[in-house]
Design a protein around this ligand. Structure first.
Ligand code: FES
Length: 65
């Protein structure tokens, strides 16, 4: 599903890129890594949630060993 219409970014691509950053990332860094930048900003709330979820998943995986 597309979360960013301006840049044609899918939720899956944002999730995968956030995960590959390995922590301490942000929507801006993820978008930059995908070769774009936020335009209208309508997607940023959802992008922040996705990045936060992926960082929490990485953190839990590290704690679990
Ligand atoms: S929908 Fe993502 S910048 Fe406009």
């Amino acid at each position: 599903m597309y979360i960013c219409i301006c840049n044609a970014l899918t939720e899956n691509s944002v999730r995968a890129t956030a995960r590959s950053e390995g922590g301490g990332t942000s929507p801006g860094k993820v978008y930059h890594r995908l070769g774009c930048a936020p335009q209208c900003g309508m997607c940023l709330k959802r992008a922040r949630e996705i990045v936060r979820e992926e960082m929490q998943t990485l953190s839990l995986a590290r704690t679990a060993g």
